[in-house]
Ligand binder design. Structure first.
Ligand code: UDX
Length: 445
């Protein structure tokens, strides 16, 4: 099958490369010339484990190519994936301009029957609009265009393994023939296929992300309660998760969710509901809880030190989660901005996101090349991302390098009992702080 993929962001690039890897001939198209140049050299513009090797292998085996020219890209393709971005407008709605541009370009350049597959996350009803735009603009009116909504569920950092080991592939179409073709294309992945209407498929994507975000905000609320009532949220989550109806995943309390999807999609779904005259109260609360949760470590630090003015604080982990250099909606952005506003000096370190972080964090931040450098002579450490390097960092080094060994851990990386042995004052999320019972502040350096 000859396939074209429009958009080489996370979703488009991973989709295109994985489709090539299972044997299809794929052309990835993007308007960004720098990106295409990089890709043609076999270099991945994003950090994603295993992706660059897969790009190079499939290019070598002549199944994968990259182009700026939509015309050349879709010329021979009988299937065209749309995987362009749908960022948030200021009011939370999805910006669909890239989708519209893609639809118009497709319409102007197609020369034979095609199946259009929408991978981008789009508001319910958008695929109908895509079809209408293409029908309006297509030059040869005899060409048949079928639409399939095929939402993506991959996570950054494990995108390739998610594509090959996903729980389901959703195929939404009103054309049996088009759905059959897309089912056939996806067969080599050996993942259960679920066929629905176009609108249900569009909704499945939003509902899934909103539900996962709800799970996170729920456990974060429980964690706040655990702190007040002396329970341990990690034990509570484990005990809850043993009930198969609840499940163990997405019950890690912390400083809330970030990234390119959950914040964007939850806001968009609230707007979509509003447009349909339905107030999605639960989801609004999920979003509010998440905003508050991002600041939870600041509150703890203010309580502990009275004022943050004049303190030197190391922030370890800047990306919105481990295994990515993505800073979109990362908790580190509001946290560090507030630390600086409160008069603290911030030394920041991330294993790979430092460069991206420099573009979005306040200019007052000092970026460090190692954990040791970041924690040297600091008054406390904030852990914001649970990178393996941070979790496995030798605990004995904290009291050695820091002015006073106080850790505020937003990802519950450590067993509080263990930190006591290292004479580290430890504040985490949804669990008691350790110094209160055993370490007296006078023992601390
Ligand atoms: C998410 C969805 O998982 C994926 O299916 C969808 O296609 C895109 O959005 P992603 O944004 O890559 O993927 O990240 P994910 O691993 O889901 O984590 C999102 C955020 O939630 C991160 O900030 C993470 O730290 C946080 N999180 C996750 C928690 O705070 N607790 C958890 O238990 C799980």
């Amino acid at each position: 099958m000859k396939i074209a993929v429009i958009g080489t962001g996370y979703v488009g690039l991973v989709t295109g490369v994985c489709l090539a890897d299972i044997g299809h001939r794929v052309t990835c198209i993007d308007v960004n010339i720098t990106k295409i140049r990089l890709l043609r050299e076999g270099k991945s513009p994003i950090f994603e484990p295993g992706l660059q090797e897969m790009i190079q292998r499939n290019m070598l085996e002549n199944r994968l190519r990259f182009t700026n020219e939509i015309n050349a890209g879709i010329d021979q393709a009988s299937i065209i994936y749309i995987a362009v971005g749908t960022p948030s407008n200021e009011d939370g709605t999805a910006d669909l301009s890239a989708i519209q541009d893609a639809a118009v370009s497709i319409a102007k350049h197609i020369k034979h029957d095609v199946v259009i597959v929408t991978k981008s996350t789009v508001p319910i009803g958008t695929n109908d609009r895509i079809k209408a735009i293409i029908e309006d603009h297509k030059v040869d009116k005899s060409i048949r265009v079928d639409i399939v909504s095929n939402p993506e569920f991959l996570r950054e950092g494990s995108a390739i393994s998610d594509t090959f080991n996903g729980d389901r592939i959703v195929i939404g179409s009103d054309s049996e023939k088009a759905a059959d073709i897309i089912e056939e294309i996806n067969k080599p992945f050996q993942i259960p296929i679920f066929r629905t209407s176009i609108r249900s498929a569009e909704m499945i994507k939003y509902a899934s992300n909103a539900f996962l975000a709800t799970k996170i905000s729920f456990i974060n609320e429980i964690s706040n309660l655990c702190e007040k009532l002396d329970a341990d949220v990690t034990e509570v989550a484990q005990g809850m998760g043993m009930d198969k109806r609840i499940g163990t995943h997405f019950l890690n309390a912390g400083i809330g969710y970030g990234g390119s999807c959950f914040p964007k999609d939850t806001n968009a779904l609230v707007q979509i509901a509003g447009n349909a005259n339905h107030e999605f109260e639960l989801l609004k609360s999920v979003i509010e809880v998440n905003k508050k949760q991002q600041k939870i470590l600041i509150e703890k630090a203010k309580k502990r030190f009275d004022s943050l003015d004049g303190l030197t604080i190391a922030v370890l982990g800047l990306a919105f989660k481990p295994n990515t250099d993505d800073m979109r909606e990362a908790a580190s952005i509001p946290v560090i901005s507030e630390l600086i506003q409160s008069g603290a000096r911030v030394l920041a370190y991330d294993p790979i996101a430092n460069e991206n972080a420099k573009r979005v964090l306040p200019k007052e931040v000092t970026f460090c090349k190692s954990i040791e450098e970041a924690i040297t002579k600091t008054d406390c450490v904030f852990i914001l991302t649970e990178w393996p390097e941070i979790v496995q960092f030798e605990l004995a080094k904290y009291p050695l390098f820091m002015n006073r060994a106080v850790i505020f851990d937003g990802r519950n990386c450590f067993d509080p009992k263990k930190l006591l042995a290292y004479r580290i004052e430890y504040h985490s999320v949804g669990r008691s702080s350790t110094y209160l019972e055993v370490l007296k502040p006078s023992i601390l350096k």
